[in-house]
Ligand binder design. Structure first.
Ligand code: SIN
Length: 493
């Protein structure tokens, strides 16, 4: 069978390797260089059940509680049951998770986990270690790799997906195939402040919507509470709070305890809103105080954060550092079953682009790399056992697009990102959502047919923005990351 995987984070690489290792012809299409995207930036780690007294059932309970009652219990069960096999596979592929002197896996603690449960590598460089190992395997496997190719659309015929159209070197190229696994990640670039890299423009979600696939839970956008409030957004891992760091107001008071008994380790949506509200109240960024952890431990456990904070002029071992929330993860996406099947025959999805039902209204920390590995592997297994008829066709260049500037009155990517941040962000109002939706619709109506990669990305961002604002308006109650506030959104990063 001929399979195209789009995306080269942990979900895409896992799916591609599994499909290839079972003897299928795999083409891996990726927007940037192999291994780009969010995976390589992940700091915290992978949630795994290894600690004393821990169990898959406890991990499932924590996931369901963080998900605020919106998660799919069957998907959560698959996650926690398959999880240890996928972590073992990562280890077998060469990911050197951190261990103590006796070789026992070291476990970090993150918010809303009842046990220390997060395996990590290189201290706070888990994603980079995973990406590096999987990329090496993909390069030595019999996988055709196409880099620097933007997914433009899914090719459909008789209601089924049978290929992809991509933009490469300014030319549109079609590749026909038996099945497509989308692993294109999320859409953090919808927002003015995000931890996501430039390529996170919702291309897979937008293409799936255009192909008629069902999407759900797009209103659930997770904002990370602690991004360094100086310079380009840089994540300060929740694992730092797991080691004891405190969030303090301008008088040094731990304000998160005002809203939740677990304080800084309350579910992420609670902490992010508390940070945003406190910053608005005091008119300046709140601070993360990690001084009690000590310089040596900070440097050993969080070498990347230690280096970057110091490069930006902060000595976090001696003084609290300013932090602010930023868009981090999309819980919703393309609806899949437990094996990555979408509502469109021939189309599968895994990773952040997918809505498996695991995360509900608020993802539990460090469940995303795990979910991507678990459902990437399951999607590959489902595709290769699907009995889809092989119809291998040649790659054909079908069109060549000229380059021109997008020039739509009123629209710019930055305007969209600020609109989403202000009105479809952490704190929402119905009036703000309505206004945002009207504006996004008018920008979409006026947008020209895209020809450049920036224009295709803008079109994708606009489509996903419209779907997100619509989904938010359609949910009248506050739940998890979707929070309707009586006051206008107050925050700014
Ligand atoms: C973090 O390290 O705080 C992020 C982990 C995650 O998003 O799961």
């Amino acid at each position: 069978m001929n399979i195209i995987v789009v995306g080269s984070g942990i979900a895409g690489l896992t799916a591609a390797l599994h499909a290839s290792e079972t003897g299928h012809a795999v083409t891996l299409v990726t927007k940037e260089a192999l291994g780009g995207g969010c995976t390589a930036l992940a700091q915290g780690g992978v949630a795994g059940v290894y600690g004393p007294g821990d169990s898959p059932g406890s991990h499932a309970d924590d996931t369901l509680i963080a998900g605020a009652g919106v998660s799919d219990a069957a998907a959560v069960d698959v996650l926690v049951q398959d999880g240890s096999a996928r972590i073992a596979e990562l280890i077998a592929r060469g990911v050197a998770f951190d261990r103590d002197a006796d070789g026992v896996l070291l476990l970090g603690r993150e918010a809303a986990h009842t046990h220390a449960r997060v395996v990590h590598a290189g201290g706070d460089a888990t994603g980079a270690a995973i990406s590096h190992a999987l990329v090496q395997h993909a390069r030595s496997a019999e996988i055709e790799i196409i880099e620097s190719a933007l997914l433009v659309d899914l090719l459909t015929d008789d209601g089924a997906v049978h290929g992809v159209r991509m933009l490469r070197d300014d030319a549109l190229v079609d590749i026909h195939t038996d099945a497509v696994i989308l692993a294109t990640g999320g859409a953090g670039r919808l927002y003015a402040h995000t931890t996501n890299p430039a390529e996170a423009t919702g291309d897979g979600i937008a293409a799936a919507i255009r192909a008629g696939a069902a999407v759900a839970d797009l209103e659930f956008v997770q904002f990370h509470p602690t991004v360094l409030g100086a310079g380009t957004p840089f994540l300060i891992s929740e694992a730092v709070r797991g080691e004891g760091a405190a969030l303090v107001d301008d008088e040094g008071r731990r304000f998160v305890f005002d809203v939740h008994p677990d304080g800084e380790l309350a579910p992420r949506d609670v902490v992010a809103r508390a940070v945003a509200r406190q910053a608005a109240l005091q008119g300046s960024a709140v601070r993360l105080d990690a001084t009690m952890i000590g310089a040596a431990r900070l440097a050993e456990r969080f070498p990347t954060i230690d280096r970057v904070t110091r490069e930006r002029g902060f000595d976090w071992a001696r003084e609290p550092v300013p932090v602010t929330p930023a868009a981090h993860y999309l819980m919703g996406g393309v609806v899949t079953d437990l094996d990555g099947r979408t509502s469109v025959p021939g189309l599968f999805a895994a990773g952040e682009v997918a809505r498996t039902g695991v995360h509900g209204a608020n993802r539990l920390a460090s469940n995303s790399l795990l979910e991507a590995a678990v459902f990437g592997a399951r999607a590959a297994a489902a595709v290769t056992s699907s009995g889809l008829r092989s119809r291998i066709l040649p790659v054909s260049a079908v069109l060549s697009g000229g380059i021109r500037d997008l020039n739509v009155v009123g629209f710019s990517r930055s305007h969209l990102q600020h609109l989403m941040w202000d009105e479809v962000g952490l704190l929402r109002t119905r009036d703000g959502l309505t206004e945002a939706l009207d504006t996004i619709r008018s920008w979409r109506a006026a947008a020209p047919h895209p020809t450049t990669s920036a224009e295709y990305e803008d079109a994708n961002l606009l489509l996903v923005a419209e779907a997100t604002a619509s989904a938010a308006l359609a949910r009248p109650e506050s739940i998890g990351a979707h929070h309707l506030d009586h006051e206008p959104a107050l925050i700014g990063a």
